[in-house]
Design a protein around this ligand. Structure first.
Ligand code: PLP
Length: 366
């Protein structure tokens, strides 16, 4: 059996007719930019995630750029984030001339350790970037309290956590601003690049809207740029949005099958889901010192796996100049050689999930 890490054809093929009609509607109206599809999607996404304002933009990286700009980030300022994330989280701040400081992560959840954040705060620190990695909300109450105690802002990078909840709320409602990616492979993905920023602060929403659209449509109230979401991507996202809850539940039910099947394997670490939150399993990540051997056996059996990510950010050539050593983030550094992402995607068939689980159980029983 061949099982991919993700297979978008399973959810896109049934929607092909709707996609084509929506695409033709944009073509017919010739409103490729600033079309009505954008507001329609922004309002629907804001309602579904329980936030007052959503501003579409062209990807999750520029969403972070605009968020940092709106919060006044300047060259030389420091921001604290996790070393275990996709590079865009940190690079969006570095790109604006800020200095990124990496805190350590927690064992088994791979999320930033709030205790480690406190130890990294200096007089130059301006904000904290929280990442809901793999779809699990990070410790928002603790990070919010640290930010408030030290006069810092908190930005939530929700690129991997659409519809994840923390307490009674969706992610994205605790930070001053939260950002989303709608990269095709994300839990909600466009048919190309797309992203959004969300906030409950209406003044901040106006600033963000101006920043991503030349400082303001009609009147240029500030220096902005063109980071707009386009009409076609917004139309595609609006078609997919009503299915997001169902797709999320599919991911969760695949994860619960894996959880149950792996419960008796002591040498395989399952994802630790921390209390009071829901995990939306953008990735289902296991860990074992035998990672490379397991990966090879799975590959030989046709099961694709991923490593998210092969290096912690301070170990990448992009950030090596910071001189961060494994001692600076020991948990994050040590996780990288053990983690393995298993297939988890809507449309994955029960026999495929069983095949992956069985292959892993067999590996550990021989
Ligand atoms: C955690 C995280 N932050 C930011 C991004 C950047 O999003 P995009 O690829 O839409 O620019 C991604 C997606 O790749 C991500 O996973």
């Amino acid at each position: 059996m061949r099982i991919p890490l993700n297979d978008l054809s399973r959810i896109h093929d049934p929607l092909r007719k709707e996609f084509t009609e929506a695409f033709e509607a944009v073509l017919d109206a010739h409103q490729y930019v600033r079309g009505p599809q954008i507001t329609k999607f922004e309002l629907a996404f804001a309602e579904m995630t329980g936030i007052a304002n959503c501003i579409g933009c062209c990807n999750g990286t520029v969403a972070l750029n605009a968020a940092f700009k709106a919060l006044g980030l300047q060259p030389g300022d420091e921001v604290i984030t996790t070393p275990h994330t996709w590079i865009a989280t940190a690079a969006a701040a570095t790109f604006l001339g800020a200095n990124v400081v990496f805190a350590d992560t927690q064992i088994g959840s791979y999320l930033i350790d709030p205790g480690s954040v406190v130890g990294k705060i200096t007089e130059k620190t301006k904000g904290i970037i929280a990442v809901h990695l793999f779809g699990q909300p990070t410790d928002l109450n603790e990070l919010r309290a640290i930010a408030d105690d030290h006069g810092l802002w908190l930005v939530e990078d929700c690129a991997q956590a659409h519809l994840a909840t923390y307490g009674d709320s969706h992610v994205g409602t605790t930070g001053e601003i939260a950002t989303y990616s709608f990269f095709p492979g994300k839990n909600l993905g466009a048919i190309g690049d797309a992203g959004a920023m969300v906030t409950n602060d209406v003044k901040m929403a106006n600033t963000l809207r101006e920043l991503v659209d030349h400082g303001g449509k009609g009147r240029h109230n500030r220096i902005g740029t063109n980071y707009r979401l386009n009409s076609i991507q917004a139309a595609m996202l609006a078609i997919k949005l009503p299915y997001l809850k169902m797709w999320t539940e599919e991911r969760q039910s695949i994860a619960s099958i894996y959880d149950a099947r792996f419960a008796e394997i002591p040498d395989l670490k399952k994802p630790i889901v921390r209390p009071d939150r829901t995990h939306v399993y953008h990735q289902y990540v296991v860990a074992t010192p035998q990672r490379d051997a397991l990966r090879k056996v799975l590959s030989d059996r046709g099961v694709a796996t991923g490593i998210h990510y092969p290096e912690v950010l301070p170990a990448t050539p992009a950030y090596r100049n910071l001189g961060a050593s494994p001692e600076s983030c020991p948990v994050a550094f040590s996780a990288q050689s053990e983690i393995l992402s298993l297939p988890v995607f809507p449309g994955m068939r029960k026999q495929e999930v069983e095949y992956v689980a069985e292959s892993i159980c067999n590996f550990f029983s021989t």
